[in-house]
Design a protein around this ligand. Structure first.
Ligand SMILES: Cc1ncc(C[n+]2csc(CCOP(=O)(O)OP(=O)(O)O)c2C)c(N)n1
Length: 407
């Protein structure tokens, strides 16, 4: 495989093996870079971000680090705002998954499409959406990505080609596959990336969409963000084949696994997957990572053992990547402090912006549900009856007279 940052040929994850090996492993079979037996990709990678990266390798590495810090500090601020009751509803964070988020998003072209699950704030920011608009959405304000009506799980921005944000587990899978079919039908060269959790890889829609995508050679990359847990259930307890990337083989789909603590490895693996999909060969990529906190901000994660809690203290992708870059002379304490200061200022501005954005007027509640007018759109407010009151008393006699049948 062609390295996107150095121009040298190497396999996914190589060059960062020290960082990967230094951290304790969740399980050997879960973190080693791997490919399904069926895969072989010789498609040359072409990507704007890659070209830029080749020009300034150290700068790109620092950019990855800075972006990971931005996602982390944004999420920490979101968690704080939730405890202050500034954010309501559900709120799932990317803490621990920053390398996956940053590496994946850097490999997409601006014209490519992204579908995610509900754990999406970092993806929205790295897709290029102003973090102020992402935070404003969490606060439920008019300047939010979805004008304040979507919240944490339902961000949608056609300009940045983020087509959601789905709260229903796996809801994004058929829709993303449909978008890929639309691209193919129109003869476009865009690619769809569809991220999902490890738990979601066990649902029926996952298998149905992979089957169709492989059969019809759709331009789509499915990315399993394997953080080891679906709420409190481990992959080992819920999946007969815990090597999730191998599921691609059942559909003769190229697939690979990559260390999700290494943004460079993720970036390169994603670029290879995207290049494949752009040539009409859909791809399944498994990114092995960790969820450092609970499933959502209100989950104390009591299901974790004391050993696991202890292990996770040493499993921080930002610490590991920062140490690696420092050892390589790409970062030093001053540069790290400067990045932290820059990000702190951004996050502070972001939170102020969200807090000062107005609440949406309730009369706009139904304005953005559908892209085009829908005849039967009920536009009812919470508490209003689902159906109009009957024009006659709701008695047994009334029912009989309506149908014309007597009991
Ligand atoms: C159809 C449906 N069933 C159940 C849920 C409740 N639920 C929300 S997240 C989740 C676990 C998903 O885990 P995984 O796919 O591993 O993603 P992660 O949360 O780890 O990112 C479940 C069961 C839901 N939202 N939708």
């Amino acid at each position: 495989m062609v390295s996107l940052l150095s121009g040298a040929a190497h396999e996914v994850g190589e060059g960062y093996a020290m960082a990967s090996q230094a951290r304790p492993r969740r399980s050997a079979s879960q973190t080693s870079p791997a490919k399904s037996p069926a895969v072989e990709n010789t498609v040359p990678v072409k990507n704007t971000a890659q070209d830029q990266a080749a020009g300034d390798r150290d700068g790109q590495l620092r950019q990855f680090y800075r972006d990971m810090v931005l996602v982390r500090r944004f999420e920490e601020r979101a968690a704080r705002a939730y405890t202050e009751a500034l954010i309501g509803g559900y709120c799932h964070l990317n803490l621990g998954e920053e390398a996956a988020v940053v590496g994946l998003m850097a490999a997409l072209r601006p014209t490519d499409y992204l579908f995610t699950n509900y754990r999406e704030h970092g993806y929205a920011i790295m897709r290029g959406i102003d973090p102020k608009r992402v935070m404003a959405e969490l606060y439920g304000r008019v300047d939010g990505v979805s004008k304040g009506w979507g919240g944490s799980m339902h961000m949608f921005d056609i300009t940045h080609r983020l087509l959601g944000g789905y709260g229903i587990v796996g809801g994004q899978l058929p829709l993303a596959t449909g978008a890929a079919l639309a691209i193919d039908y129109r003869g476009g060269d865009e690619v769809v990336m569809c991220t999902l959790g490890d738990g979601t890889a066990a649902i029926g829609a996952f298998h149905e969409t992979l089957n169709i995508a492989a059969l019809w050679k759709l331009p789509i990359v499915y990315v399993i963000i394997n953080n080891g847990l679906g709420m409190g259930t481990t992959v080992e307890k819920s999946s007969a084949e815990p090597d999730l990337y191998k599921r691609g083989t059942a559909y003769r789909m190229e697939s690979a696994r990559v260390d999700g603590f290494d943004p460079v490895a993720v970036y390169e693996a994603a670029a290879e997957a995207i290049a494949s999909a752009r040539e009409g060969k859909p791809y399944l990529l498994e990114v092995v990572t960790e969820r450092l906190r609970g499933h959502s901000v209100v989950d104390p994660a009591k299901y974790r053992t004391a050993e696991e809690v202890e292990r996770l203290k040493h499993e921080d992708p930002i610490q590991i990547f920062g140490a690696k870059l420092t050892a390589d002379g790409v970062l030093d304490a001053d540069k790290i402090a400067a990045i932290e200061a820059e990000v702190a200022a951004i996050v502070s501005e972001v939170a102020d912006f969200a807090a000062n954005s107005p609440h949406p007027d309730v009369s706009t509640l139904f304005d953005y549900t559908y892209a085009t007018p829908v005849p039967n759109d009920s536009r009812r407010l919470p508490g209003q009856p689902l159906f109009d009151p009957l024009p006659f008393p709701a008695t047994a006699d009334a029912g009989a007279s309506v149908s014309g049948v007597t009991a």
